[in-house]
Design a protein around this ligand. Structure first.
Ligand SMILES: [Ca+2]
Length: 549
């Protein structure tokens, strides 16, 4: 898949011209930095004559200083890199301030960009440096190794425009990390003498029994099946049971795939979409979904789950850590079982691959030493990775309490969660933590502690990391090792034409979802799709098609 400049730019031209017109600025004419050639290409080479980089920094109220006193900034100094914080802002104000800086043409040497619109504006306005050569020459073997992973390669490609690398991608994740799971009250299933679901029909039967057959055995009609966190709870993982992925992904984009004729389609256009809506409508009609789910937020859904009112939910691998962790505290009989969504016929459900990054570091075209940012990336990576010469446990990701913005150029191993899960699960299986990194020993201790004495404080680690089916992280990283993943045909951040259209579309879909699940005809979905075609659906589909030619 080769990305063309036209993908992001022809379509963003108007927005950027508007931006320039409003601010009265035109893209700056700047010379390409020429002094990199005289510096030997050493990934950790110290600048004999210290250089200074200006930076814009987001603040998160971190415990560790994020300003000049940051241990990271002190560390960079040892390499002859002085960091001058030109401006900083709270996370809530940072984007506004950055927009103003971009519009006025006055950007610092480097800064984080976390949305597609700014990324394409910066490239279109020719304000950011081409990092291709600096990355090639200066990136350390370890950094290159991280970017050589499947997720790393895809992220680099997403940050490459017209063959030039303009951003250092961050927040790179493996597709497996985005996999949602079905969580089900196993103790209720057992109370009702039922079996865990193998098909969607089984799941429906269980949801209805949770609603009607007193699964908690208290003699009162006080439970229901599936908790949905509000009208935008059109949970994509639910539809994976039908082999489609119609929901909005985490960076606001839709999932596109090819139909049997090889045409690009949004998954919501496939016939399985109506099947799924019918399934949910059936549950709602029988009271197995809360009557007022449309007014729910996440907190209300979690309250129902933790309070023993609802027995099924669909969500991320972290749910046992922060969403449903109080169920066991409230009721030591409660057992949450994590599993992949069952499918129609009991075969394996699909896994969907997302676009691999949602943010990046940009370097100003006026920065005299773009390679210094690559060096900082090398230093951070080395210092936070055990078994490297520069490693210092203080900088280990698991030991850091500050946000990534404090150390300015973070790149964590995209496979970190998979590797740590495997290490923890292996250690627990062998009851031997001698090979386990210090950072993961508390998790290991908790898993064994829960096995020994059922300590509620140890429940969420046990529920996630115990090496057996039913345990969230084990299910995701160990039981899916060889699972084939269907990648979204669109692997980039949404373009400027997509962003506003998708925001409107999301509202339309949310409302249609509520209407249909609450009882309107499933055929209403056809007219919703017709309106989408003219409101942007066809145009976006064309962009997706063009991107894969
Ligand atoms: Ca009951």
């Amino acid at each position: 898949m080769k990305k063309k400049l036209a993908r992001g730019f022809a379509v963003t031209l108007c927005a950027t011209m508007l931006l320039s017109a409003l601010s009265g600025c035109t893209p700056k004419e700047v010379e390409t930095a020429t002094n990199t050639a005289s510096i030997p290409a050493e990934p950790f080479g110290v600048y004999e004559e210290p250089i200074t980089l200006t930076v814009a920094q987001r603040n998160f109220g971190d415990a560790i200083p994020t300003g000049e006193d940051s241990p990271w900034i002190q560390k960079y100094k040892e390499y002859g890199i002085n960091i001058d914080i030109e401006w900083s802002a709270d996370a809530s104000q940072f984007d506004n301030k950055l927009n103003t800086a971009i519009a006025s043409g006055d950007i610092p040497d480097f800064f984080q960009v976390s949305d597609a619109e700014k990324i394409s504006n910066l490239v279109r306005a020719d304000m950011v440096a081409d990092l291709t050569e600096a990355f090639e020459k200066y990136a350390s073997p370890l950094v290159k190794e991280r970017f050589a992973t499947e997720a790393g390669k895809a992220a680099l490609e997403a940050a490459t425009f017209d063959g030039k690398l303009y951003f250092i991608p961050i927040n790179i994740t493996e597709s497996l990390n985005n996999m949602d799971l079905l969580y089900i009250r196993q103790d209720w299933v057992e109370n009702l003498n039922m079996e865990l679901p193998e098909t969607l029909d089984d799941l429906k039967e269980i949801a209805l029994a949770f609603t009607k057959n007193d699964p908690d055995g208290n003699g009162s009609d006080d439970t229901y099946g599936l908790a949905i966190p509000g009208k935008d709870g059109l949970n994509s993982a639910f539809f994976t049971g039908l082999g489609i992925y119609p929901g909005m992904w985490h960076d606001g984009m839709l999932f596109y795939s090819e139909d049997e004729n090889g045409n690009v389609v949004w998954d919501g256009e496939k016939p399985e979409m109506k099947e799924g809506l019918q399934f949910l409508q059936d549950l709602y009609a029988e009271g197995a979904i809360a009557r007022d789910f449309a007014t729910y937020d996440g907190g209300m859904a979690f309250e129902d789950l933790n309070g023993g009112k609802a027995g099924i939910c669909i969500g991320a691998r972290g749910y046992p850590a922060w969403a449903i962790h109080n169920t066991y505290v409230n009721n030591p009989e409660a057992k949450w079982y994590a599993m992949k969504m069952p499918s129609k016929d009991g075969t394996e459900t699909m896994l969907a691959g997302f676009q691999p990054m949602n943010a990046g570091y940009a370097v100003s075209k006026e920065c005299a030493n773009p390679e210094a940012v690559i060096k900082m990336l090398n230093i951070v990576t080395e210092m936070s990775t055990p078994e490297t010469e520069l490693f210092d446990a203080f900088y280990l990701p698991a030991n850091r309490t500050e946000s990534g913005d404090a150390y300015l150029v973070p790149i964590d191993d995209p496979q970190e969660e998979r590797k740590s899960t495997q290490a923890i699960c292996n250690a627990v299986a062998n009851e031997d933590a001698s090979e386990l990194s210090e950072a993961y020993k508390p998790v290991y201790d908790n898993v064994l502690k829960f096995v020994a004495d059922g300590d509620p404080a140890a429940w969420s680690d046990w529920n996630r990391f115990y090496p057996a089916s039913g345990h969230a992280y084990y299910v995701i990283y160990e039981m899916n090792k060889d699972t084939e993943i269907t990648d979204n045909l669109w692997q980039y951040l949404p373009t400027n034409t997509m962003i506003p259209k998708l925001a409107v579309w999301k509202n339309t879909v949310d409302e249609a979802f509520v209407r249909i699940v609450s009882g309107a005809s499933v055929d209403e979905w056809d007219s919703v799709l017709e309106s989408w075609a003219t409101l942007g659906g066809d145009q976006i589909k064309q962009e997706v098609e063009d991107s894969i030619k």
